[in-house]
Every structure is written in structure tokens, then in C-alpha cells.
Design a protein around this ligand. Structure first.
Ligand SMILES: [Fe+2]
Length: 333
């Protein structure tokens, strides 16, 4: 009898939390699960997560309105962050931890969202193609000397839209349209497939230059033997804008508009910017940290040094509609 009681007490102690925080997240990585668990262990705050695609979660938050149980919303890409902000799904918060740790270009000026990880949109070039031994600008990808070489996914993809948004921020819509026409003329095939498929295509010799996000190369490198072979055939190059750096995009977190556990929500986002959490994101998912001093994976480090472009995430989001229009005008499918 005593034994049974004691067992019951232990069971209770391990499952009862003082309070909780409800996360809506469109990220679906093991690193995030590890971070949720770490936060629970550190704070005694239970993390409850609902995972779905970005636009589905945005719709859900809109539909739920005041009745939404969400305390934190985590989403990926500048355009979606902008959409959530425009739809008033976040609330402004005050956190010295967040404003001091996250660079200005990577957070909302009104403190409604904060970037938690970065990825770079780079080019991976087949090592025996003859194109791999130089530095690149994004602008020159429209040069006819790369005819038949460029592999890139469709214009409906938000990563491409944000790259185009950056091109518009640097040079205006007219230039961006001419640039897109040049890239379309250089494509090895009509856009199809994922970022990973562009890498596979370039490695297999359909074209030579794949435009893709860094972390997908990391994922291929830790995949099956044919994906590992793909990565071994490619050289990573960080292109830059003529007057800027390499295009970066982010995942961001914000406190939901109708959060019932606001204090816990802020605590949770602050935890995501700790060096420990930043390194779990970066090393586990081949991303880049948003705070200074946090380490990256050896593989990502072996590709070279990332120098961020100077366009803010807000400006990328603001230019999204123009980007979609320019793609359309340029015939980028
Ligand atoms: Fe992705």
C-alpha cells in the first residue's frame, strides 16, 4: 500500500507542471522537439505544440480570433511573417533580452516578431563544370554565359519570392524583371521540384548551378548514400548582391495576439535566443544562429563564411507582392 502511494506520488511529480505555453509552429524539425523538452526541464512550464503548414496556421489563428489557445506563433520565411503581421496575429512585447540579442534587421521594429534562426540562399555548383572556381553575384546569374546551366525551383516558392524581393530592394522592379528574364533564359529546364532536387539535378549534370537554401545541403549530406554523393559533387558558393551580401531568410517567433500565457510566451522566445538553443538549431538543422557567438555545424562552417545582405526581413516581406508580379511578368513559372 505504502509502495503504491509512493509510486503514485513520483508519477505525479513527473507529469504535473506549474503552467503551460501553447505553441503553433510550422517548423517540423527534431531540433525543435529537443528545444521544447529542454525548456520544460529548465522552467517547469509545459510546452504544448500544434504543428501545421504556415498558411494553415495563419488561417487557424484568424478563425480562432480571441478564442485562440495560441501563445506563440513560429513561422518560416519573410513573406509569411509579413502576412501574419498584417493580419494582426502577433502582439507587441517588451523584452530587453530579445532586443539586445537579436540584430535590428532580424526583428520587427514594433517588437511583434523576432527571428530565431537564419538560412542563406546560395548556389551549389558541380565541381567538374568549369563554373565552380570563382566568386558570384546574384545579378550575374542572368548573364548569357550561363545559358542552360541554372537549376531553380518555381516562382510560387516563397524562398524564391524573398530572393526576388531582395533584388527589387536593391535595384527596383524594372531591373528585377530584366534580371528574371535573363535567369529564365539560362535555365537548364523549366522550374520543378524542391531545393534538394535542384542540387540532385546539378550533380547529375542536367545543369551546373543550383540555387538553393544552405540547410538542404546539410540534410542531403546526412541522408542516404546517393544524396551524400550529390553533396560530394557540389561546391558551395555564397553569391552576393553587388552592393550587399548573401541573401538570408529566417524563421521567426512572436507572441500571439490573444495569448493567455503571455509571460510564459516571452520566456519561451527568450529561451530560443540563448546560446544553447541557438546552437541546437544551428548544429541540428544546418541553419545559422541569429545571435553572436553561437556556433554552427562543422559541415556548414566548411563551406565558408556567410556575410548577410543588408536588406531587413521586414523589407523582404513588404516587397513580396511586387516579387510575385515581377516573376509573372518575366515568365518565370
Ligand atoms: Fe525549407
Amino acid at each position: 500500500m505504502i509502495k503504491k502511494l509512493a509510486f503514485g506520488a513520483v508519477l505525479l511529480a513527473s507529469t504535473v507542471y506549474a503552467s503551460s505555453v501553447n505553441i503553433y509552429s510550422s517548423r517540423h524539425y527534431d531540433t525543435d522537439k529537443e528545444l521544447f523538452k529542454k525548456f520544460e526541464q529548465k522552467t517547469g512550464i509545459e510546452v504544448k505544440v500544434i504543428q501545421a503548414k504556415d498558411d494553415a496556421l495563419i488561417k487557424r489563428l484568424q478563425t480562432e480570433g480571441k478564442n485562440s489557445p495560441a501563445d506563440v506563433f513560429i513561422t518560416v520565411d519573410a513573406a509569411r511573417i509579413q502576412r501574419a503581421t498584417e493580419n494582426n496575429l502577433f502582439q507587441a512585447i517588451q523584452s530587453d533580452v530579445l532586443t539586445s540579442r537579436i540584430p535590428e534587421a532580424l526583428r520587427d521594429k514594433d517588437n511583434r516578431w523576432f527571428a530565431i534562426t537564419k538560412r542563406a540562399r546560395i548556389i551549389a555548383i558541380r565541381k567538374d563544370s568549369g563554373f565552380e572556381n570563382k566568386e558570384y553575384t546574384y545579378e550575374e546569374l542572368a548573364d548569357p554565359k550561363y545559358k542552360g546551366q541554372i537549376m531553380v525551383r518555381s516562382a510560387s516558392n516563397v524562398y524564391n519570392q524573398s530572393l526576388m524581393a531582395a533584388m527589387i530592394a536593391h535595384h527596383g522592379e524594372e531591373y528585377a524583371k530584366t534580371w528574371a528574364e535573363g535567369v529564365v533564359a539560362n535555365m537548364a529546364r523549366s522550374p520543378k521540384g524542391s531545393d534538394r532536387d535542384q542540387a540532385r539535378g546539378a550533380a547529375a549534370g542536367f545543369g551546373s548551378i543550383a540555387i538553393m537554401n544552405t540547410y538542404y545541403l546539410g540534410k542531403l549530406a546526412s541522408g542516404n548514400s546517393s544524396d551524400k554523393e550529390t553533396v560530394s559533387k557540389l561546391k558551395v558558393i555564397f553569391p552576393k548582391f553587388k552592393n550587399g551580401g548573401t541573401h538570408v531568410n529566417v524563421s521567426a517567433a512572436g507572441v500571439a495576439k490573444y495569448a493567455k500565457n503571455k509571460e510564459n510566451a516571452i520566456k519561451f522566445i527568450e529561451f530560443l535566443t540563448s546560446t544553447e538553443a541557438q546552437e541546437i538549431f544551428a548544429k541540428g538543422n544546418y541553419e545559422y544562429p541569429v545571435v553572436k557567438g553561437a556556433g554552427i555545424s562543422d559541415l556548414v562552417a566548411s563551406w565558408g563564411t556567410l556575410e548577410d545582405d543588408n536588406i531587413s526581413i521586414s523589407d523582404l516581406g513588404n516587397n513580396n507582392k511586387k516579387a510575385v508580379k515581377v516573376f509573372d511578368l518575366a515568365g518565370w513559372k
